[in-house]
Design a protein around this ligand. Structure first.
Ligand code: NAD
Length: 508
């Protein structure tokens, strides 16, 4: 028995109790069955059938067959298709966001924001499809011209994490499509119903407009099966991976082993520094949103909070008060601010993490308990701990915030940088000297360096990603499109002589 019929919005998305989880221009799949579970009560919502090894190969062949026509379609026409995908998402934003809340567990307004991110990146990519450009450079040789040409990579593999089961596909696919690539998406298997629903929306647009659906193929399956097949498949010009640092290391070692290309968007361990001169109201609001939003399951969630000693007690008291009013419950119910953790194993990570924190000298000052009711609910937690406790340097993907006191801002900046991850960071200050130091060479070493805003909630216009064990990749805005294309440097001789570069004389 499933609880499928309790959720009428699933039918609006064309979903059924039993779904096929392979799309390559046509729907199929005769592999393993994935159970789609509601993290708020542990009940099965629906089933999705994945693909077999043979069906994976059929999908790659369908993608290869679709490749040339798509590559030769003018970029602005590809942009128009991406614009229509954005329109189709706009039309389905409410049921899709409800499904994200249901299967992933984030609250409805955050889920809606996630679909909006996909829509926004479609708008961005549509504009970009008319502005992708290469440089024209002066040649040292008379009658010659140097220029850069950008061409598609061909096949792109997109592997995504459970926590942004819709937007991360968008960041990649919208850009990759206007660049002229055909893509295969493997979402997290615990968000398979979302993967099917998003794929249905994209497939309908492609098919209605006379394009081969294999341009945006999807296979439901686990990392061990489909994921491994993808990363070992040299036919992909790029593997874009969003997920944990642990799996990212595996992907890096395999793909870079054959000199393949990757975009790696891996784990974070993000910090906020509240300086002596900070606006405390702003800082507290930002910290609560960043630490408890999405139940601490954003890659940019706030994990480490460094507070100047003069403000420490005030900030902690205000946080305690805010945490006590946060409503925890069903993410589809109005007013809920914190939904469940995504899986039972995340609840285990939370409880075992707290045990380890205590062993390493941490003291729980807010929360600290699993909530004893059905579903994967836990209390958002604040812990006082030393900045150099080993556990502080790891990413626990649950709502546990480490609070630490500092005397000197330089120390706090150094502590921000002392972890292996380098995704997001923020400084709360009104001092312009501190701001520019923070942005400069001895400031934050992260890919996202904010001032007076939270560590999370990035906009699609900027390139998104982080340094060190966060993988170094950039997705979404700015010039991240370059990663989805190959650059050729072209020299054109429009003269009737053959001068050589560097003044070489080679008369044959
Ligand atoms: P995960 O690493 O467990 O899984 C991510 C994806 O990789 C899933 O689709 C999974 O099936 C697949 N996978 C697993 N093993 C594989 C293999 N051997 N080969 C190929 N694919 C494989 O991550 P998760 O638990 O889904 O997500 C949480 C993690 O993702 C956190 O560490 C979070 O910080 C990170 N994340 C990072 C960003 C970012 O942009 N930096 C964004 C979102 C999430």
């Amino acid at each position: 028995m499933t609880s499928f019929n309790e959720y009428p919005f699933l039918k609006e998305l064309g979903l059924q109790e039993e779904n096929l989880g392979l799309y390559n221009g046509k729907w199929g799949g005769s592999g393993d069955i994935v159970k789609c579970v509601n993290p708020s009560n542990g009940k099965v919502i629906a089933h999705v059938k994945g693909a077999t090894t043979a069906e994976y190969e059929e999908t790659i062949q369908a993608m290869l067959a679709a490749k040339t026509k798509w590559q030769l379609t003018p970029a602005p026409k590809r942009g128009e298709i991406v614009r229509l995908i954005g329109e189709a998402l706009r039309a389905k934003i409410t049921p899709l966001a409800k499904l994200i809340s249901l299967e992933m567990g984030k609250i409805f307004i955050e889920a809606k924001g996630e679909v909006q991110e996909f829509i926004d990146i479609c708008d961005f990519a549509t504009g970009l499809s008319r502005t992708i450009n290469g440089q024209v450079l002066p040649s040292e040789r008379p009658g010659h011209m140097l220029l850069e040409c950008w061409n598609p990579l061909g096949l792109v593999g997109i592997i995504t994490a459970f926590n942004f089961p819709c937007a991360v596909l968008g960041w990649n696919a919208a850009i990759s499509m206007i660049c002229g690539n055909v893509q295969l998406w493997k979402g997290a298997s615990t968000t398979s119903l979302i993967t099917v629903a998003v794929t249905k929306i994209i497939a309908e647009v492609l098919e209605k407009n006379g394009f081969d659906g294999a341009i945006c193929s999807t296979i439901i399956g686990s990392g061990r099966t489909v994921g491994e097949q993808m990363i070992q498949d040299k036919r992909f010009g790029l593997i874009s991976f969003t997920g944990s640092t642990e799996i990212g290391k595996r992907i890096s070692s395999v793909v870079h082993g054959y000199f393949g290309r990757t975009i790696l968007e891996l784990g974070g361990n993000n910090a906020i520094i509240v300086a002596e001169d900070a606006n405390v109201d702003l800082a507290v609001r930002a910290c609560v949103f960043a630490a408890v939003g999405t139940t601490g399951q954003r890659c940019t969630s706030l994990r480490r909070l460094f507070i100047h000693e003069s403000l420490y007690d005030t900030v902690i008291e205000r946080l305690k008060k805010a945490y006590s009013t946060v409503k925890i419950g069903d993410p589809l119910v109005d007013g809920t601010l914190v939904g469940p953790l995504h899986t039972q194993s995340a609840v285990k990570e939370y409880t075992e993490g707290l045990e380890e924190i205590k062993k390493q000298g941490g003291k729980v000052i807010v929360g600290g308990k699993k909530i004893e009711k059905e579903g994967n609910f836990v209390e958002p937690t604040i812990v006082e701990i030393n900045h150099d406790a080993p556990i502080v340097k790891t990413e626990l993907f649950v709502p546990i915030l480490y609070a630490m006191k500092f005397k000197c801002l330089d120390d706090a900046m150094a502590w921000n940088n002392e972890v292996p991850q380098g995704l997001s960071s923020s400084l709360f200050t009104n001092n312009q000297m501190s701001i520019f130091k923070w942005l400069g060479p001895t400031g934050s070493d992260c890919g996202i360096v904010n001032v007076n805003v939270a560590t999370n909630g990035a906009e699609i216009g900027g390139a998104f990603g982080g340094e060190k064990e966060t993988g170094g990749g950039r997705e979404s805005g700015s010039d991240s499109w370059k990663q989805y294309m190959r650059r050729s440097t072209c020299t054109i001789n429009y003269s009737t002589s053959m001068p050589l570069s560097q003044g070489i004389n080679f008369d044959a």
